[in-house]
Design a protein around this ligand. Sequence first.
Ligand code: ZN
Length: 692
Amino acid sequence: MRLAMLNRWKQEEAQSLSDVEVLTYQSRLVGAEPALVMWGGGNTSLKVARRDFRGREVKAMLIKGSGSDMKAAQPGDFPAVRLEDLLPLYERTEMGDEEMVDYLERCLLDPGSPRPSIETLLHAFLPQASIVHSHADAILSLTNTSNPSGAIRAALGGDVVIVSYLRPGFLLSKGVAQAALSRPRAKGMVLLNHGLVTWGADAKSSYDAHVELVGRAEAYLAERAVGKLPFGGVKSEPLPKEERRRVAAAATPVLRSELGALGGSRTLLRFLDDDQTMRFAGSKLGREVAMVGAATPDHLLNTKRAPLWVETQDPSDAVELRRALEEGVAQYRQEYTQWFLRHAGAGVEMRDPNPRVIIAPGLGMWVAGRDARALDVVSDIYHHTISIMAGAQAVDAYTSLSPRDAFEAEYWPLELYKLTLLPPEAELSRKVALVTGAARGIGKAIARRLAQAGAHVALGDLDAEGAQDAASEINQETAVGRCIALALDVSSPEQVAAAFQETLMAFGGVDILVSNAGVAPTGSLDGMPLAEWRRSLEVNATGHLLVGREAARILREQGLGGSMVFIATKNVTAPGRGFGAYSAAKAAEAQLARVFAIENGAYGIRSNIINPDAVFQDSGLWSQELREERASAHGVPEEELEEFYRKRNLLQAFITPKDVAEAVLWLASDRSAKTTGCMIPVDGGVPEAFPR
Ligand code: ZN
């Protein structure tokens, strides 16, 4: 256990701030420490005087909005609620969650504000002006033990109140207030299996108390850990890094297939093999402790009650691992279903029964989720779970919620209700695309369009830096983490294999391949150096074979269908003078695409071709040399070349990368589910190039 709890308060920064600014400042300090709160967890409040819409002075409380993130808190994240309307609720003996949410919304001073935290009443019922509530790792390490009161007293001393576990909501809020009022001199309060609450007359004192108590908990855990091996010491050594990634990549499509089976939703996966994960996965007691359950209801909603633990005799044996994953997922689902049936009342619908965390000793861990953000959340939370379990094991033995409480946490009606408020998923949500030649021009426009449609995209390019810039740009525009960049020479089998492996490690699969990378050598067949002809074949034909067959292999293993789109050229159907090496190799690409369609149709994998023409914008293909050469081949001045191409087509249109991307989106999506082996021109209409 590391000793990280710092008091970050700087009075010179805080002293001139307004009340809401001080609260924002305090919240950011709490949020800056992941060992206190993560991903929208925890909350802070400050009781203040405000004027209502008629200018009357009212007692109000600024409280963190539901789901907003403390580390990036803004003053607008703290809606003001009227205490006068909240406090009478203390007299009630019960209140349903949905009624409470509706009630809280009516207490807002400004009707347009964000929805106040679900823990608003807990803050309101406490008399002190400033309240800080976190789900600190070190506190959970104390509460999730077989004798929590003993551990809390030993670590924090006698001046904290202990409240037994209750699901967040009205009853917990009232219980907290009653306990606190009975111990007016207490410094703070520990909620079992949940976290810590501290208070004070101002933001600084509640923050100081919080940091002090968590610091005491950390120091106690560190002391208890001396001389003990975390999780009983090493059981199995990790495989070398390259080896474990090779095995994990070989097994990932099977895992994704299993998780998406039985009508389940397609999922993304991320493979993790950092030191903390490897030590936990390879420890003697890791499995046993992991099966005890999640540390808090909050965590459980993201990681499920327990991970799937997959053990094989020989971690380097990918075949055995695949079999173990198949069996493991099936068993996990069965056990989840039994647990659900044991606790569910009539009319409750079972949620996704699949694991979110999959651990393989010697190899590493996969996390599962609907998008890159969900993968970040599950990964972060499980890393913290490991720390919490390690701390609790150092005290005595890690414990968790009872199966009944765990069920009620996962099937908390308010959480289920929140899920119904999520926006509908985008067309390519939960799908992964790999686009080659994606640093600029057509490839970049395709990557952008697919990401806008909800896909996660791996952008491959010979120009690795360009691919990185494009990925960062698209991540900024769409959602952070949606795109990754790959160094990729499509004519190198090793680089192609590595690019797919990296995509599997980051996103867990591939659903869409857009094979776009190409080169455009020019010159008549007579004088062309043989090396140039061969280079064109290497990239424009063999390159498509290499990426196409690697994609097809993974798509078949996943068993979820798939779409491959090959960016060819108008020259496939209407070749041009002085463009032989290009036209011949691109014709081979088109024929390859059709054979991919024929050989993979039985697996629901489609393969189609797009023939663009004269796309100049941001192009890596149209070098100065190529422009000059094509201008002379067509007998027009070089500066009129684009205009020449425009006038040549029926629609008299300039063709842009976006036009090509739009056609790719259709072929990548299920809207073209019945189309394979097809060739679509995006050329403004060139009669001599009509596919026939
Ligand atoms: Zn909480």
